[in-house]
Design a protein around this ligand. Structure first.
Ligand code: NAX
Length: 328
């Protein structure tokens, strides 16, 4: 279509934004034939830096970039947007408890949910990358009663991609050989990357690896703690890979998942796999015509059950905290 798709990005002057905006503008999200218009939200003190980023977008002369607007008022920036990528969030400061962190982020994601409810396009799809992503998505969704809850999601695609990369390294396969990876639960250290349904060149990954000790002692912690390993090495948190995963997530949501494969998205539970209804938790999903569906009927063994339950319990704790705070 030649009508531009309007994509909002929050935290646009941040580290992820610096990578994400150029990928979107260059056509990585919806292809070379689909113009996009960027709507960039920042807090007031970061608007000057954002103006510099916009100068660089101009200087890139991207043929698919139909326009850029910036601002600090979500009801203006989100006006008519089709995709909202909510990246900006409040990081955990020194001495900050989990409850303080959730409260500070409630101050961001509740008003943004309300603004989306008021002014976004009818087909709005919301992806939350800013941490704690799942619960921030729940806060935004709860504050947008007129938008179907299925239009809110949180990013676990980076975990999914990390899980594929680690499995490829272990098995000597290429990432393209790996299908049906699943991240279950929360985007946090409790997340569960599931090899029992993943396939390497059509072969069951857990059977191929056949090493429960590696799975439990190396694989799961390596994927779950990859963010910390990157901070340790780079002195800064993952930014380009997080931007790339945000693109993968939004593109698959708009354009669909490949036949014979699925992806991981944190979406509102309908009670599937005994994840309490209403929680935004990561599941295996397929996407067709812009709508996701949780993959049904996977057998969950005792080991996987324990891992999924532990992560879901953490999500329930976060939900209870934000409920007590009156944020949902
Ligand atoms: P930065 O601190 O570089 O950038 C965040 C930006 O958000 C800042 O420019 C800030 O001014 C802006 N911001 C703050 N409050 C805002 C508001 N109310 N409205 C609009 N903008 C606002 O962080 P960056 O490295 O870009 O990371 C952004 C978020 O992604 C963090 O919460 C981070 O924890 C999270 N991540 C999530 C990942 C995931 O897989 N879900 C992985 C990467 C990353 O850790």
């Amino acid at each position: 279509s030649t009508t531009p798709i309007k994509v909002a990005v929050t935290g646009a002057a941040g580290n992820i934004g610096y990578s994400l905006l150029f990928r979107i503008a260059s056509g990585a999200l919806f292809g070379q034939d689909q113009p996009v218009e960027l709507r960039l939200l920042e807090i007031t003190p970061a608007l000057k830096a954002l103006e510099g980023v916009v100068m660089e977008l101009d200087d890139s002369a991207f043929p698919t970039l139909a326009g850029v607007e910036i601002g600090d008022d979500p009801t203006k920036v989100f006006d008519g947007v089709n995709h909202a990528l909510l990246v900006g969030a409040r990081p955990r400061g020194p001495g900050m408890e989990r409850g303080d962190l959730l409260e500070a982020n409630g101050g961001i994601f509740a008003p943004q949910g309300k603004a989306l409810n008021e002014v976004a396009a009818d087909d709005i799809k919301v992806t939350v990358t800013g941490n704690p992503a799942n619960t921030n998505a729940l806060i935004a969704q709860s504050n947008a009663p007129d938008i179907p809850s299925s239009r809110f999601s949180a990013l676990t695609r980076l975990d999914h991609n990390r899980a594929i990369a680690q499995l490829a390294a272990k098995t000597g396969a290429t990432v393209a050989d790996i299908k049906k990876m699943t991240i279950w639960g929360n985007h946090s250290a409790t997340q569960y990357p599931d090899l029992f349904h993943a396939e390497v060149k059509g072969q069951n990954a857990a059977e191929l690896v056949n090493d429960q000790e590696w799975l439990e002692g190396t694989y799961i912690p390596t994927v779950a703690k990859r963010g910390a390993a990157i901070i340790d090495a780079r002195g800064a948190s993952s930014a380009a890979s997080a931007a790339s995963a945000t693109i993968d997530h939004a593109r698959d949501w708009q354009l669909g998942t490949a036949e014979g494969d699925w992806t991981s998205m944190s979406v509102v539970s309908d009670g599937s796999y005994d994840v309490p209804e209403g929680l935004i938790s990561s599941f295996p999903v397929t996407v067709k015509d812009g709508e996701w569906t949780i993959v049904q009927g996977l057998e969950i063994d005792e080991f996987s059950r324990g891992k999924i339950d532990a992560s879901v319990k953490e999500l329930e704790g976060e939900r209870d905290t934000v409920k007590k705070l009156g944020l949902i």
